[in-house]
Design a protein around this ligand. Structure first.
Ligand code: GTP
Ligand code: MG
Length: 319
């Protein structure tokens, strides 16, 4: 049995074990989540959510760790969420991260948590916002979300963040890869990490060129900055923080922050609703209603669209 009110109260006070427990409930899609989210709702809305994406090994965790240090210097409480959409279990795969984050392990102003989302209906879109909400309610001023993996999940995580940071590193025509992965559309801030290596300037130039292509920006629009870093030595990290704060201020001025949060919430509701609907339809397998509809389709008495409409109507009208 989970004592939800007690757990939420402890999380609100910033007790790490309670925070961890709540995120485990998210990860495990526990039935208590409904009650948890209801209790958390009034405690949320303070955290600034920053997403970090980029190819494997580009330096996301190292950068995240350096950002934690930078934010801690200003007294901010920081949550770190490493989301792995491809793995069913947290822990093992993210062990390296734990090493990279170990300097923050004893800091009570920092929560670090990895989370696996594979196997969930709704996956990342479903789990990440709820875990973010836990960290928000626990008093985090900033939540850094690192997504492990590339492609669709990057674009997905971008829709979860207030500000999206896209990381690249020199070599291998990264800019072109970035364009392919569609990440040129999602970055609010670009970081060319590993600037201690050859080719960082070329990567930054190429990126600058690609970001400029086809642009029809009007004055006052956000022009994503490109920041060069050596995350391993924390070089350039203050500039990243500066870029983040600028983007945040720009969003607040223009109402973009509120708009992003609204569309995020809408997406979240949609995901939960679709997931619930899918589960109920799944439960129907072998059910008489579905069998009867199937029979009518085969007999030519109805078509799949009408049958689906009937099914959805039946489900949503408490049928
Ligand atoms: N030369 C150099 N190496 C770096 C820099 N930043 C990170 N690294 C190294 O690059 C490797 C990968 O760094 P991570 O921070 O784990 O990269 P990541 O993007 O989190 O990797 P995944 O989570 O596996 O996708 C590590 O060995 C780091 O020490 C840098 O600025 N310069
Ligand atoms: Mg990492």
């Amino acid at each position: 049995m989970v004592d939800v009110p007690q757990l939420v109260e402890q999380a609100r006070q910033g007790r790490p074990r309670a925070v961890a427990r709540l995120i485990s409930l998210v990860e495990g899609a526990a039935p208590e989540l409904r009650e948890v989210m209801a209790a958390l709702a009034p405690l949320t809305g303070n955290a600034y959510v920053v997403g970090l994406t980029g190819s494997p090994g580009v330096g996301k965790s190292t950068t995240t760790s350096a950002l934690v240090t930078a934010y801690r210097k200003t007294g901010k409480r920081v949550g770190v969420l490493a989301v792995d959409p491809s793995s069913p279990f947290s822990g093992g795969a993210l062990l390296g991260d734990r090493v990279r984050m170990s300097e923050h392990a004893s800091d009570p102003g920092v929560y670090i948590r990895s989370m696996a989302t594979r196997g969930h209906l709704g996956g990342l879109a479903w789990a990440a916002p709820q875990a973010i909400r836990v960290l928000d309610a626990a008093g985090c001023d900033v939540v850094l979300v690192e997504t492990v993996g590339v492609g669709q999940s990057e674009v997905e995580i971008a829709s979860q963040a207030d500000t999206s940071v896209v990381l690249l590193a020199p070599g291998m025509g990264d800019g072109i890869q970035a364009a392919k992965a569609g990440i040129l559309e999602i970055g609010d801030v670009y970081v060319v990490n590993k600037a201690d290596r050859d080719g960082a300037d070329a990567t930054a130039r190429e990126l600058n060129h690609m970001l400029g292509l086809g642009e029809s920006r009007t004055p006052g629009d956000w022009r994503p900055p490109i920041v060069k870093t050596v995350a391993a030595r924390a070089e350039g990290v203050d500039e990243v923080v500066e870029a983040l704060e600028k983007h945040r201020a720009w969003m607040e001025e223009r109402g973009v922050l509120a708009e992003r949060r609204r569309s995020r919430a809408a997406h979240e509701v949609e995901t939960i609703a679709v997931t619930a609907l899918r589960e109920r339809i799944g439960d129907l397998r072998g059910d008489q209603r579905l069998d009867a509809l199937a029979e009518r389709i085969v007999a030519g008495e109805t078509d799949p669209y009408r049958a689906a409409d009937e099914l959805v109507d039946g489900l949503t009208n408490g049928g």
